[in-house]
Design a protein around this ligand. Structure first.
Ligand SMILES: Cc1cc2nc3c(=O)[nH]c(=O)nc-3n(C[C@H](O)[C@H](O)[C@H](O)COP(=O)(O)OP(=O)(O)OC[C@H]3O[C@@H](n4cnc5c(N)ncnc54)[C@H](O)[C@@H]3O)c2cc1C
Length: 354
């Protein structure tokens, strides 16, 4: 069976980002790479959005960006500017196409469906798959979205809505999220933060229809694309294996309080590329420990006080926009961390420490 210098298990966001980063920096000129990917074809399956706090390789896959956003709780709306760090949305279809076209030009890169097709003994493995499907009792950010098109101009395309908490919370944490791509097109998502055991909150289509028709007051629209997913708000437990590291969600690249993962994956790919020749000896790339600590407290608060979370998220945005965005994107200074902490209800948070 054929052998490779490197193997990437899972050719999704993390696997392909890493392969691309290695290829464009000529790290696959004299090395071979096998990508193991189960899917039959690549097509748009999601969009990745984030505040652009660091550079990445996929500016040409950005579908739209915004310099302004809102956050709502019943009877209150906050307008926030994010000109310094625009909020970008990447179309996964463009992302997959760009990377596959690039990798196809390198004869050292091979695709396989199953790891059993190759010899793995002497390879270094980057693994992006993990067994977390059964962790239903943990917290997840689960959501579903419609990309809709209206026949009349309806949306303000200059401003997106990050969180609209003016909806039924069902003793959980629930908000809607709207990304207006143009005056007539938008992605609207219903998002829950909870475990995955409560089937009464999984009727996403009804929630979306109700919100679109009764809150946004749009009667005539068609659904062009549907996105459904669940992001684990916990890190998978990995068994340390010789000559293998985990990447992407499996490698702990999700920010637990927000679900944001895409830019962390890009930073992890860059780190691996910079250290690829000595990868066995360098320490693993990880999200700064202070965020793991703060996010764990935040999630405990969320689990025990779902009814208070809308107010807590809303209050967080009383800080300067740069501070909140830096904090949510793991780029905050100690001063900014304290500024966020000072806006949080002290009693509730202190209780979770002990
Ligand atoms: C619908 C959705 C929307 C998201 N939106 C955002 C967002 O807006 N911003 C953000 O920062 N993060 C977002 N995330 C979180 C995160 O960025 C994505 O989940 C991202 O795709 C994680 O990359 P990954 O490579 O770890 O996993 P994936 O992209 O899921 O890649 C894993 C790959 O492994 C393949 N695979 C699975 N099993 C096997 C197997 N046995 N053998 C071979 N291959 C296998 C899969 O087909 C897949 O291609 C979103 C997640 C989802 C699910």
């Amino acid at each position: 069976m054929k052998e490779f210098d490197y193997i990437i298990i899972g050719g999704g966001c993390a696997g392909l980002s890493l392969a691309y980063e290695l290829n464009i920096h000529s790290k696959l000129k004299d090395k071979t790479l096998a990508i193991i990917e189960i899917r039959d074809e690549y097509k748009k399956d999601k969009t990745w959005s984030f505040w652009k706090v660091s550079s990445h390789n996929f500016e040409d896959c950005v579908k739209k960006y915004w310099n302004n956003f809102t956050i709502n709780i019943p009877n209150h709306t906050k307008h926030i500017e994010c000109k310094n760090t625009p909020y970008q949305t990447i179309d996964s279809g463009l992302f997959y196409q760009k990377i596959i076209n690039n990798l196809k030009q390198n004869n050292n890169v091979y695709f396989f469906k199953n790891i059993n097709e190759i010899n793995t003994e002497n390879s270094y493995i980057f693994n992006s798959i993990s067994d977390i499907a059964n962790s239903k009792n943990n917290l997840w950010q689960h959501f579903s979205g419609f990309e809709i098109e209206t026949n009349k101009e309806f949306f303000d395309e200059e401003i997106f809505n990050l969180m609209d908490f003016d909806c039924d919370q069902k003793e959980s944490v629930h908000f809607f999220y709207t990304l207006p791509y143009s005056k007539t097109k938008a992605l609207i998502e219903t998002t829950w933060i909870s475990d995955l055991n409560n089937s009464s909150i999984n009727d996403y289509d009804n929630q979306l229809k109700d919100y679109i028709e009764n809150n946004l007051k749009i009667k005539n629209y068609k659904v062009n694309f549907k996105e459904t997913g669940a992001i684990p708000l916990f890190h998978p437990k990995n068994i340390k294996k010789l000559n293998q590291i985990e990447i992407g969600t499996a490698g702990g690249m999700t920010r637990l309080s927000t679900g944001y993962t895409f830019l962390n994956i890009q930073e992890q790919s860059k780190y691996i590329r910079q250290n690829i020749e000595k990868i066995k000896d360098v320490k693993l790339f990880s999200i700064n420990n202070k965020y793991q600590f703060l996010d764990n407290i935040f999630l405990k608060v969320l689990k025990n006080n779902p009814d208070k979370m809308a107010q807590i998220f809303y209050k967080m945005f009383n800080c300067s926009p740069n501070t909140v965005i830096n904090f949510l994107s793991n780029k905050s200074s100690i001063y900014e961390d304290f500024s966020i902490i000072s806006k949080m209800p002290k009693g509730i948070f202190l209780k979770q420490l002990f």
